[in-house]
Design a binder for this molecule. Structure first.
Ligand code: ATP
Length: 272
């Protein structure tokens, strides 16, 4: 480990065997693709979703050349320092319930962060993970439908673990990594294992119809409740107060004139 002023450098390749060992009792994770460099794990997972890869396939990469966030945005990551993966799930969800898959992965990341770093991960609706008030990760959930139900779902994570986000990178908000906050290198195998185990547990609740417990846990990590935010959409931007979350994952906001209305994840970005 090399420590410079405000910089911790700890690049190593992931020990996939250590992760597999941690998951040996899992009944979800059936197939693993450990890749060195790909354009996008999300694209690979969707491609194998079209073929016959099983439910619970993990596509993991050390490096992505075309990582994406929501609304076609770029996801940055450095080789050997972050966690980047996409999970293929062959579960049947209606479009209005898909938000809760993102919620399960977000909660699993928060719990994993807490176990490994001692710091509480928080969630900025709909898909961002925050640590100490700064963005540390993002989730992207996409799906292919047969009629009104998903044929498969791909839920992906980009998490800044041992990365030093460059100050000169244009980000619209403060960005951090786990190592930057705890001032030491994080064993990515431990964090990945924790996240995947946590997701398996939470997702099984969701599939058993126990969404209530996921909702309660998610709301306790929701950093926007009661806050003033700027909503940025294609039609312009406006300020409002966040009042809650609807069952379909839409954010409930109150305009300055007192009217309450939902905003949808596919349409807007938020600034705190
Ligand atoms: P927001 O609504 O906050 O603008 P988003 O949810 O639309 O974010 P994401 O899908 O989470 O966006 O990710 C894309 C955005 O995240 C990029 O536009 C960039 O600003 C930011 N970003 C890209 N790479 C990283 C990274 N490694 N860590 C933190 N933020 C990043």
């Amino acid at each position: 480990m090399k420590v410079q002023e405000n910089q911790i450098e700890c690049e190593t390749l992931l020990d996939a065997g250590a992760v597999l060992e941690k998951l040996r009792r899992s009944s979800l994770y059936k197939q693993f693709h450990w890749l060195e460099s790909v354009p996008s794990t999300q694209a690979v997972a969707k491609q194998i979703g079209e073929e016959n890869a099983p439910h619970g396939t993990l596509v993991w990469a050390e490096y992505q050349t075309e990582g994406r966030g929501r609304r076609g945005r770029v996801w940055e990551a450095a080789k050997g320092e972050n966690l980047i993966f996409s999970l293929l799930l062959r579960s049947s969800f209606r479009a209005e319930d898909l938000f809760w898959v993102t919620a399960c992965l977000g909660l699993a990341v928060c719990y994993g962060l807490e176990t490994v770093s001692g710091l509480a991960g928080m969630i900025k609706w709909p898909n961002d993970i925050f640590l100490e008030g700064k963005k540390v990760g993002g989730i992207l959930t996409e799906a292919r439908f047969d009629g009104s139900l998903t044929r498969y779902i791909v839920s992906g994570l980009g998490l800044n673990v041992n990365w030093n986000p460059q100050k000169d990178k244009e980000m619209p908000y403060p960005v951090t990594s786990v190592s930057r906050e705890v001032r030491e290198c994080i064993k990515r195998e431990d964090l990945l294992g924790e996240i995947l185990q946590g997701f398996e547990r939470l997702f099984s609740f969701l599939e058993c119809g126990n969404r209530r417990s996921i909702e309660e846990a998610w709301l306790s990590r929701f950093i926007l409740l009661g806050k003033r935010v700027l909503v940025i959409g294609d039609g312009g931007e406006f300020e409002c107060t966040v009042t809650g979350l609807r069952k379909d994952g839409a954010l409930l906001i109150q305009r300055s004139n007192g009217t309450e209305e939902p905003v949808f994840a596919g349409d807007v970005s938020l600034r705190m």
